[in-house]
Design a protein around this ligand. Structure first.
Ligand code: MG
Length: 280
């Protein structure tokens, strides 16, 4: 099943896709729906529909906390960063976690507005995002995927100059609109094996990134088990699982996003997350 959040009569409503229609969900938010049991969720899906073409999609979910992210989770991306920065390639023994502020979350199709006074190095990072479906702590790798509600496309937009200047990545990764996700969440059962999905990114139709989630350094179960050690994960939490090679700053010469650029993150079995960049 595919889940959306959409604007309807001035409110953001949760819904599910049924062909080219959006079915209503009898909850105030998708976050509230995700926290229910499968049987309760079924009762909340109503047979009331509006055409998908008539609604404006919002970010599918807004977690109660920061968006979790993983740095350096593809070997070829770690290599390109090492070559660009001149720093020795040293692969981590455990995942590198950081977060993005919830105010950075943006919608599919939204024009993402940034300021040239804040950064001159806006960059892209196509990523598969996990949406957690149940409350877990200290979950084992074997049980980790059972805690997943579904998956969506994510662009971990980054102001590289701020990322470098501030030491910690948080500031350069958390500008408003720097966390677009969507267009929908595809449930775990519909995806099947999420460890073998093509991830690609295009700028103005030109492919910049193409890899597969099979090339992750830390697999999805390892990420979830590691993050949940001593720390509770809750329904609706989002974990962006790292980007493959082909980011802008590591290219020769480096490339950054410009005003008017169209950026597309495409993930197999999910779809395309499109955003236009506005730099003022
Ligand atoms: Mg990233």
């Amino acid at each position: 099943m595919r889940y959306v959040s959409y604007e309807h009569e001035g409110r953001i409503r949760p819904g599910y896709l049924d062909g080219d229609r959006v079915g209503s969900i009898d909850c105030s938010t998708l976050l509230e729906y995700i926290a229910l049991s499968p049987a309760e969720r079924e009762r909340k899906r109503l047979r009331e529909f509006v055409p998908l073409s008539r609604v404006t999609l919002a970010a599918p979910v807004r977690p109660n906390k920061n968006v979790f992210c993983v740095g350096r989770n593809y070997l070829d991306h770690a290599l390109e960063v090492s070559q660009q920065t001149g720093r020795e390639l040293k692969l981590p023994d455990v995942p590198t976690f950081f977060t993005k502020a919830p105010t950075a979350i943006a919608a599919p199709g939204q024009t993402l507005e940034f300021s040239s006074k804040v950064s001159n190095e806006y960059d892209w990072e196509a990523e598969l995002a996990i949406v957690i479906g149940s409350r877990v702590k200290d979950v084992s790798e074997a049980n980790a995927l059972a805690a997943v509600f579904g998956y969506t496309c994510f662009n971990d937009l980054t102001a590289r100059d701020l990322q470098r200047a501030h030491g910690q990545w948080f500031k350069g990764k958390s500008l408003d609109s720097a966390a677009p996700m969507g267009p929908w969440i595809v449930s775990r059962d519909e995806i099947g094996d999420a460890q073998d999905l093509t991830v690609a990114l295009r700028v103005n139709g030109i492919e910049k990134q193409r890899s597969t989630t099979a090339r992750m350094i830390f697999s999805l179960p390892v990420l979830i088990a590691s993050l949940s050690k001593g720390m509770t994960l809750e329904p609706g939490d989002v974990i962006a699982t790292g980007t493959p090679e082909g980011v802008g700053f590591a290219r020769t010469p480096p490339e950054f996003l410009r005003d008017g650029d169209d950026v597309e993150v495409e993930i197999e079995k999910i779809g395309v997350l499109r955003n236009r960049i506005r730099i003022v």
